[in-house]
Design a protein around this ligand. Structure first.
Ligand code: SF4
Length: 526
């Protein structure tokens, strides 16, 4: 990883890459991109220029399957109209449906499942060689039980904004929620060691990352495959609490955010760490899915309403100001009007800050997909609409409490709507989903306003609340982020990192528009 020697071997084929789905899939895409560039494939931002096109797919629910298939078909046009010689579909869609896809999508040359994506360069090389020699092409599908998870030794191209990155703690899930296909697609839990995660996080910090978003199918199961013990003598115990303590010591990392925390095994120690460590943002992404005990049982959620309410109460008492994001499913098989009304009442009572409402999606291969008593689509739509209206009423007043407050925000750059405004996020706003702080006045900063850049922390006074976003005026710069050149040189720390050469850096920046807008939209699970 740290070999800085410059290869003089010729570059291989240009690759165009599309990443779909959740942040965990994005991390897999970044690892594939890292492997491709390390093995001298060039990354292009133009599908017209590409000889290889890779679509890393999602197949979690019906909508994501449709998006994946449409994208593959769209990309297959470049085999007819441009230079593309090899079209690859990787990730969850082939993992789930490779037999049907082989029969129905002749335009795809290689299907690579979630357990084989780390073989991307080897498989492309073999395919290219066979074509060159006119030899029989190797088999088309590479699918098996997923067991791989990347480590700090695997190259990873950080494609998001410089100041924010995902850190994948583990892959797979040992739970068996009735509606969820993830264990079939991603296998059982396999965790990375604390040491591996800390090394990767230090490397990211050296490249300018200031916000670490911790992801896994379920963070509370991190280390369960090691029985939460050290995997080898002398190593640290693989416990979330231990890991958080170590991550908090890293220079440059200022915000650590926990995504996907299953509520049934939330330890008191974890609550204490969250309350104690200032770098852990007071934000929790904890999907609850329902509140009716009858539905929770049927979902196999191993949780009761009493325990859920007790946990939320305890968290609020121990961590003042804690902001919750959650998701709920309406229209689960057998959900009665009474169950649904109970959910609406409870959601109003709990007054959680951000709630995603998902209509149940009947997935083959899941227990819930085979249940009788499926709910009619119109009923699901009605229930979803009603709950969403309740939530909209709550959120239009929630933001008002911020008016007049002075808050630290992480600057993201110009607003997506207009270059006349800047935008950033408070610690209680996750990227893409929880709203933003728009800055309409930087006059207090004087000449320093000229040097503002993404990754700076600034103090802002909130002057206006909208239902989703806030508006504020900048008061002072709290600390500066790295420039692109500093980040490329890994200047944050003395930790050796894989330093991208200029070509990699250009490729990384070219990919941002295609890869960065990955919203955390798939939290129907967990
Ligand atoms: S919903 Fe989450 S916790 Fe449940 S099986 Fe799926 S990934 Fe695991």
């Amino acid at each position: 990883m740290n070999d800085q020697s410059v290869s003089t071997a010729p570059s291989k084929a240009p690759v165009y890459f599309v990443s779909l789905g959740c942040p965990k899939n994005l991390v897999d895409s970044q690892v594939m991109l890292g492997m491709l560039t390390k093995d001298r494939y060039t990354i292009t931002q133009s599908p017209e220029e590409a000889e290889v096109i890779i679509v890393n797919t999602c197949s979690f629910i019906e909508a994501s399957k449709e998006e994946s298939i449409e994208t593959i078909l769209e990309m297959s046009d470049f085999k007819e109209t441009a230079k593309c010689k090899v079209l690859v579909a990787s990730g969850c869609l082939p993992q789930r449906y490779h037999k049907q896809l082989e029969a129905e999508m002749p335009e795809v040359d290689l299907f690579i499942g979630t357990g084989q994506y780390h073989r991307i360069t080897e498989l492309l090389d073999a395919y290219g060689k066979a074509r060159e020699l006119g030899a029989p092409l190797p088999k088309r599908s590479y699918i098996d039980q997923p067991a791989f998870i990347h480590t700090e030794r695997d190259p990873r191209m950080h494609t998001g904004p410089l100041h924010s990155a995902f850190l994948k703690l583990s892959e797979g899930c040992n739970r068996r929620c009735a509606f969820c296909i993830i264990p079939t697609l991603r296998g059982d839990v396999r965790s990375r060691t604390v040491e591996s995660l800390v090394t990767e996080a230090k490397g990211l910090a050296a490249q300018g990352v200031r916000e670490l978003n911790l992801v896994a199918q379920d963070l509370t199961h991190y280390g369960i495959d090691f029985k939460y013990k050290a995997p080898e003598a002398g190593a640290m115990d693989a416990r979330l609490e231990t890991l958080l303590g170590e991550l908090c010591k890293i220079d440059g990392i200022e915000w650590i955010r926990l995504h996907y925390v299953y509520p049934d095994q939330f330890s008191d120690e974890l609550i204490e760490v969250m309350a104690r460590e200032p770098k852990i943002v007071k934000y929790l992404d904890m999907p609850i899915q329902h509140t009716s005990d009858r539905v929770l049982r049927s979902m196999n959620r191993r949780l009761t309403k009493a325990r859920l309410f007790g946990l939320i109460e305890k968290l609020r008492a121990k961590i003042p100001g804690l902001v919750f994001r959650t998701s709920v499913i309406v229209g689960f098989p057998g959900e009665t009007e009474e169950d649904f009304e109970e959910l609406c009442r409870d959601i109003e009572r709990l007054a959680l800050d951000h709630v995603g409402v998902f209509r149940f999606s009947k997935e083959e291969g899941t227990k819930a997909g085979e249940m009788g008593d499926q709910i009619h689509a119109a009923t699901k739509r009605r229930r979803s609409k009603k709950l969403t209206e309740i939530l909209q009423r709550q959120s239009s007043t929630r933001n008002e409490k911020y008016v007049g407050q002075k808050v630290a925000i992480l600057l993201e750059g110009s607003s997506e709507e207009t270059e006349l405004l800047l935008q950033g996020r408070m610690p209680t706003q996750a990227a893409e989903i929880d709203g933003r702080v728009l800055i309409n006045d930087v006059s207090y900063l004087g000449f320093e306003a000229e040097g503002l850049r993404p990754g700076d922390f600034i103090e802002v006074e909130i002057v206006e609340a909208m239902p989703h976003d806030l508006v504020g005026k900048a008061l002072r710069i709290l600390s500066k982020g790295l420039t692109t050149a500093e980040a490329a040189a890994g200047l944050r720390t003395e930790i050796p990192v894989e330093r991208p050469d200029a070509r990699d850096q250009a490729a990384r920046e070219a990919l941002i528009p295609r890869l960065a807008p990955v919203a955390l939209t798939h939290s129907m699970t967990h």
